[in-house]
Design a binder for this molecule. Structure first.
Ligand SMILES: NC(=O)c1ccc[n+]([C@@H]2O[C@H](COP(=O)([O-])OP(=O)(O)OC[C@H]3O[C@@H](n4cnc5c(N)ncnc54)[C@H](OP(=O)(O)O)[C@@H]3O)[C@@H](O)[C@H]2O)c1
Length: 269
């Protein structure tokens, strides 16, 4: 069912995006993806069958790069069937320790995690209407529940969900499926390169990455959900519990989230 289907996945050179790229290629789809690191681009290209994958050096926070990624997909493969807005960065910094310095950090996170979705969706939309395809946003539990130290990241994922929910309703009669999926903590590079309150990469993960869901499992769940045209997916027991508690018992969620992220008044996760 994936023969002659084209999937455009942003940020497919590492983590969840890379697993999505490789699994869609295994299923027989044509894949176009992007990232900024040339070494990772070459490593991914080396794993793909000839003629099925195009990896662009493109930054989703650049509107021109997003337009270029879409036009490459259309020129090479004739259209787009699924757009997966996956590229994302994170942050870890408290507002009070960042002062004015945290403003550019949060703007950068918004530029990648929200504006990137806006640009790619805008340019891909005519082709997705033509194919009656699907638009997918990779959100997070932080798209349902603001997480301490991740104020900008949470804002970007709330924005992503609000945007996609709005256009989902706009596109009902066009046959375009719009959905967002929220992985729980998944082992990847995202926490190593998350920006601290000064805008520097933190260079380590505060979580035990080996105990988290792996990126291949996460990608498999996403592909299955897109195929079944699900509305949303929330992953992991901890993720589902957080979303449920926050909806029905928000004060309890406040206490539990605080307890998870802080020890003796310090942000430890
Ligand atoms: N891992 C988790 O625990 C988790 C949980 C919930 C949601 N998510 C979401 O899942 C998505 C993927 O995250 P991940 O964990 O797989 O992260 P990751 O391992 O850091 O991979 C991110 C990918 O996006 C690319 N990327 C980053 N910034 C980009 C930009 N400006 N333009 C183009 N590509 C860019 C990266 O390549 P370059 O750096 O080379 O550009 C890389 O290929 C993100 O939206 C994230 O918010 C992750």
């Amino acid at each position: 069912m994936y023969t002659n289907k084209t999937i455009l996945i942003t940020g497919g050179t590492d983590g969840i995006g890379r697993s999505l790229v490789l699994q869609y290629l295994d299923l027989g789809a044509n894949v176009v993806t992007c990232g900024r690191d040339q070494q990772k681009i070459l490593a991914l290209e080396a794993e793909a069958p000839i003629g099925k994958l195009c990896v662009l050096n493109a930054d989703v926070s650049s509107e021109r790069d997003c337009e270029r990624s879409v036009s490459h997909a259309v020129k090479l493969f004739g259209g787009i069937d699924v757009l997966i807005n996956n590229a994302g960065i994170s942050m870890r910094g408290l507002m009070e320790e960042g002062g004015a310095g945290i403003v550019p950090v949060i703007k950068k996170v918004m530029d990648v995690n929200f504006n990137g979705v806006l640009y790619c969706t805008t340019y891909a939309l005519p082709y997705l209407i033509k194919s009656k395809g699907a638009i997918v946003g990779i959100s997070s539990i932080a798209g349902y529940r603001g997480l301490p130290g991740r104020s900008g990241y949470s804002a970007s994922k709330f924005a992503l969900q609000g945007f996609l929910e709005a256009i989902k309703t706009e596109l009902v009669e066009k046959g375009v499926h719009v959905m967002w999926v929220s992985p729980g903590f998944t082992a990847s590079n995202i926490r190593n390169v998350a920006l601290n309150h000064k805008g520097e990469k933190q260079g380590e993960s505060p979580l035990k990455e080996s105990q988290l869901m792996d990126a291949d499992t996460c990608a498999k769940i996403i592909i299955d959900a897109v195929e079944k045209r699900k509305r949303t997916v929330v992953m992991t027991f901890q993720g589902k519990q957080t979303v449920f508690l926050n909806k029905f018992f928000p004060s309890l969620a406040d206490k539990l989230v605080r307890k998870f992220f802080f020890k003796n008044g310090n942000l430890v996760k």
